[in-house]
Ligand binder design. Structure first.
Ligand SMILES: C[S@@+](CC[C@H](N)C(=O)[O-])C[C@H]1O[C@@H](n2cnc3c(N)ncnc32)[C@H](O)[C@@H]1O
Length: 208
């Protein structure tokens, strides 16, 4: 079975993006490089469904890029829901802010510019849903910082936990950091988790 073909098949049988998200993807692709950073339809829909099924209301995202996953999650949030999203690269800010303004769900989004390890402590209160998708080198630091602020029964989703398979030999610093986080989660008695072979690997965990 070819991975590329079966992934296309999975995407084809997964709910499509909203029109505004399609526009965001197209504008990102026209104006920027590295648009493979967009987490894509499978991860986006997984996030949206988990938010709807869990009834999450207060979401933290680490790693906004141009706002694809932030807006996808905001669309799934109920009225009154709030999503804080952290980004430090000003090159991506314009597109993200434009689409947060343009879409109805965007009013639930608060974009925090700056290094996430510095901006997360400025947000008060706890979260019931977290999506971790920023600098891989800091994955273990984000986990240690955020888990105490995740409510009991809250969900955390972590993207790129395979790092294109490099976690198997952990030769680069990023792969080592991701592998370290994967091991921390496996050994953490306060959480239960599943590592899904979706795209580049996605861990979904629940705080007990
Ligand atoms: C993989 S992309 C996020 C993709 C986004 N979640 C999506 O699905 O469209 C990772 C983002 O994290 C940002 N980032 C990297 N290091 C960061 C840091 N220390 N603080 C805040 N953002 C950071 C990058 O600039 C990049 O836009």
């Amino acid at each position: 079975m070819e991975k590329g073909k079966i992934e296309e098949y999975a995407k084809h049988h997964t709910t499509d993006h909203s029109e505004i998200i399609k526009e965001l993807i197209s504008v990102s692709e026209k104006n920027l490089e590295h648009t493979d950073m967009l987490s894509g339809r499978l991860v986006g829909r997984l996030l949206g469904l988990l938010i709807k099924m869990s009834g999450a209301k207060r979401v933290l995202e680490v790693g906004t890029f141009t706002g694809f996953s932030a807006l996808t999650m905001a669309e799934a949030l109920p009225d009154g829901g709030e999503l804080f999203t952290c980004e430090y690269n000003e090159r991506y800010e314009d597109i993200a802010r434009t689409f947060f303004k343009k879409s109805e769900a965007g009013s639930k989004v608060r974009l925090l510019m700056g290094k996430a390890l510095e901006t997360i402590p400025t947000i008060s209160g706890s979260f019931d849903f977290v999506f971790l998708d920023a600098d891989k080198i800091n994955y273990p630091n984000y986990y240690e910082m955020i888990l105490p602020r995740l409510e009991q029964g809250g969900i955390m989703v972590i993207d790129n936990v395979f790092w294109s398979g490099e976690v198997l030999d952990s030769e680069s610093d990023k792969a080592r950091a991701i592998d370290e986080l994967n091991k921390m989660i496996r050994n953490d008695n306060f959480v239960e988790q599943v590592m899904l072979p979706v795209r580049d690997g996605v861990t979904v965990l629940r705080k007990k």
